[in-house]
Design a protein around this ligand. Structure first.
Ligand SMILES: NC(=O)c1ccc[n+]([C@@H]2O[C@H](COP(=O)([O-])OP(=O)(O)OC[C@H]3O[C@@H](n4cnc5c(N)ncnc54)[C@H](OP(=O)(O)O)[C@@H]3O)[C@@H](O)[C@H]2O)c1
Length: 352
């Protein structure tokens, strides 16, 4: 089936419903494998790629920037920058100061100077003069993200970078043509609403999208963000639709397949609570009972949500990539919807 496209926020850009994730290239995958994935994705009608300055994963000083470099080398080799709507991201607050050489800072923050350096470095690695969608990878403040909830006192006492100041820094790059549109990632309902309010009050660029975790077992987006995004025309881009591989069933009964992310890096803890594991097993069993590949079932579930603009897939082999892209054309039946609804009522998407 032909690829389908949806508008990204209010940008006028039409992005493919399947977005190509890239974060394994430069560690788990080689540059040649990344090139093969990008060539194949383009041949299937995918026009939307997602990267970050931080990639490849796991994030270290050695892997920092390697995925952007691979994409930049591919643009140079193919001469096709115009064929891709490219999303990248700036680090949120973190200790990854190797990303800010020469600045003498003790933390990554979304300050004007750090934003300037991050944009400059990304453009250089990507061998381009513009990024279509520049996302804040996670907030520059203490906020309930990545399964961690700071206390109210910690959040209140935090010296967060004012959101209007972040928007003003981004505006300078929009004006220069370095970045075309902006988005958030791992954001909360308050963060999205506050960014929009500041943009509207001060005439600053407006967040076009939010990139948050979402899958059969991680449905917290539906607890407030869905309404914010619908009312404010902010596009939802879901990451980890397979719960980092768990929803394929490959790790069932403690299996550790050679070369798989968990086997190599063992950092999938969000999914490793007893309720998380029970919910994952129930969804994999449901797909099998219905005669559908569990990976395709999980991806098509994301794609069929009425708030979804694009689902970001990830693959480490060409077979996986084909399976993931083919998922966008499987039938999503009333029975599937109803049975998934029953599991949601039972588990409430337990992997926050
Ligand atoms: N904004 C953020 O904070 C954030 C966070 C995470 C991801 N992302 C973005 O979202 C993209 C996708 O995230 P994700 O990689 O976590 O997505 P995912 O779909 O949950 O997991 C993808 C992984 O599952 C395994 N897999 C894929 N298809 C398979 C199949 N058919 N059979 C068996 N295993 C299969 C592969 O890993 P193995 O081969 O290693 O098992 C693959 O790398 C990333 O590349 C990145 O662009 C963003």
């Amino acid at each position: 089936m032909d690829m389908i496209y949806s508008e990204l926020g209010r940008t006028g850009l039409n992005v493919s419903r399947c977005c190509l994730g890239t974060m394994t290239w430069g560690k788990q995958n080689t540059q040649d494998e990344g090139f093969e994935q990008m060539d194949y994705a383009i041949s299937r009608g995918i026009n939307f790629f997602d990267v970050a300055e931080m990639y490849a994963i796991p994030p270290t000083a050695e892997t920092y920037g390697t995925t952007e470099t691979i994409i930049g080398n591919w643009f140079a080799a193919r001469g096709n920058r115009q064929d891709v709507i490219l999303a990248s991201k700036i680090l949120g607050r973190s200790d990854a100061v190797h990303a800010r050489p020469g600045m003498g800072v003790d933390q990554c923050r979304q300050t004007p100077a750090q934003i300037d350096l991050a944009v400059e470095q990304s453009l250089k690695r990507l061998q381009t003069d513009y990024i279509d969608l520049y996302q804040l990878h996670w907030p520059d403040r203490k906020a309930p993200i990545f399964s961690r909830k700071p206390s109210i006192t910690e959040m209140r006492d935090d010296d967060m970078e004012p959101l209007a100041d972040i928007l003003m820094s981004l505006q300078r790059h929009v004006e220069k043509g370095n970045i075309r549109h902006i988005g958030v990632s791992n954001e909360t309902p308050w963060g999205v609403m506050k960014f929009i309010a500041e943009s509207e009050a001060k005439g600053l660029p407006r967040m076009a999208s939010i990139q948050n975790v979402y899958s059969l077992v991680a449905r917290q987006f539906e607890e407030g963000l869905d309404e914010v995004c619908m009312r404010e025309d902010v596009s939802m881009l879901s990451y980890s639709p397979l719960a980092q591989g768990y929803l394929t069933g490959k790790y069932r009964n403690g299996a550790l397949p050679p070369g798989a992310r968990k086997t190599l890096f063992n950092r999938l803890d969000r999914y490793e609570t007893s309720r998380g594991q029970a919910s994952i097993n129930a969804h994999v069993a449901l797909a099998e009972e219905l005669g559908v590949d569990p990976a395709q079932f999980a991806i098509r579930f994301c794609d069929t949500r009425d708030f979804m603009t694009s689902t970001i897939i990830g693959a480490t082999t060409m077979d996986q990539l084909k399976t993931c892209i083919d998922a966008f054309s499987i039938d999503w039946t009333d029975e599937m919807e109803q049975r998934v609804g029953q599991l949601y009522a039972e588990y409430r998407g337990p992997c926050t």
